[in-house]
Write a protein that binds this ligand. Sequence first.
Ligand SMILES: Nc1nc2c(ncn2[C@@H]2O[C@H](COP(=O)(O)OP(=O)(O)O)[C@@H](O)[C@H]2O)c(=O)[nH]1
Ligand SMILES: [Mg+2]
Length: 390
Amino acid sequence: MITLALAGKPNCGKSTFFKAATMAQVEIANYPFTTIDANHGVAYVRTTCPCKELGIEGCTQCQDGVRFVPIAFIDVAGLVPDAHKGRGLGNQFLDNLRQADAILHVVDASGATDEEGNPVDPGSHDPREDIKFLGVEMTMWVHGILAKHWPRIQRQAQSKNYDIHDGVADVLAGLGITYEDSLHAATELGIDLQRSEIKDLVPFCELLLAKNKPVLFVANKMDTADKALLAELAEMDGVVSSAAAELALRMAADGGFIHYIPGDPSFTINEDANLSAQQRAGLEHLAALMAEHGGTGVQQAIDRTVFELLDQIVVYPVEDERHFTDKQGRVLPDAFLMPKGSTPKDLAFRVHTDIGEGFLYAVDARTDMRIKESTELKHGDIIKIVSAKK
Ligand SMILES: Nc1nc2c(ncn2[C@@H]2O[C@H](COP(=O)(O)OP(=O)(O)O)[C@@H](O)[C@H]2O)c(=O)[nH]1
Ligand SMILES: [Mg+2]
C-alpha cells in the first residue's frame, strides 16, 4: 500500500491533519512532542468512480460517484532543527520517514510557532524559513549515514565485482535507494564518487532524496494566516490548508449535521439538523473560508501527493467484464492504486500472485477488447484478467 507521512515542526497541525484525514483517535494538544510514537492510520485518495459515467446502477463503493481509495498514513513526531544530530526526537523522526513513499511537510502558515515549534504570537515567525529546513535535515541525515560507511565503501569499491554504487545502495537500501539511483545522481552531478570526499557529497544526497522521498509542502492554519503570505506560499507550489476546518467538517458530517464529502469545495447543512446559534455561526464561518480557498485543502494535499508526486493511477479489476462486477455481482468492487506505466500483468500480480503467474490475457471492460499484457494501463481502466489459475 502507498504510505504517506506527515512531517513538520511541533504544533504546525500534523496530528489535527492526521485525525481529520483518518478520523482516528490521536491526542491533539498545543505543546511539543504530543505525538511520541508515530501514529499509523488509513487515509484516502479521492477519485471519480467510473460507475456514473458508464451509467451503472447499484455501485455501493462510492458516495455520489466520489470514490475513496485507501492509503497508509503516518503521523510522525515533530521535527526540530538539528534533528539529524539527534536533537529532540530526531532519530526516531527520521527513521519513521523510511517507511513513507512521500512526505507531506506541514508548515504553520500563520506564523504562530517559532522554529522549535513553541507557540508565539501569530505572524511573529516567518513560515518560509520552515520550508527549507526539512530538506536540510533529511539530506544531512542521509549524508550522516553515508559518512559513517564512506571509507569502507571506497576501499571495497576497488575490488572487481563491487563498485561504489553497490556500496551506496547497500547502506541506503532502507530508504529504497538503488544502484541505478546512485549512478544517475552521480552522472547528473558529473561527479566521480570513487574520487569524492564525503564532505562534498551533500548535493549528491539531496538528489537521491528528491527522487526517493518526494515532499509536498502544506501551508496549514490558512484560517489565521496572512492573505498575502498565503498567496506567496501557494505560488511556491504548496497546498494551502486548514486541518482544523477539515476536522470540524468531518465531525459535523459524522454527527449528521451537514452533508460533506471530503475534498468538496463546500457543504450543505442538513434541514433537520438541530443546531445551536453558535454551531450555525461556526459552520457559516467554515463555509466562508472554504469559498475563499476552494475547500479546506486537506484532501487536495493527499490527492496531489499520490497522483502528481507519486504518479499513481487507479485501476479497477473485475471478474464479469459485461456487468463490471465480481462473481457476487458487486459493482466495481476493487480500486487499486498503481504506478503509471503498470501493465495488465502487473495488475494480475497485484490481485494475487497465482493470478499473475497464470496470466493468459486481459480484457478492457469498457471496450470489451482484449489487450496485450504489455499495454500501459490508464487511470480509470476497468480490467478483466483471464488467468489459468483461479
Ligand atoms: N487555526 C488553526 N489551528 C490549527 C489548525 N490545525 C491545527 N491547529 C491547532 O494547532 C495546535 C497544534 O496542533 P497539532 O495537530 O497537535 O500539531 P502537531 O504538533 O504538529 O501534531 C492545536 O491547538 C490545533 O488545534 C488549523 O488549520 N488552523
Ligand atoms: Mg502531533
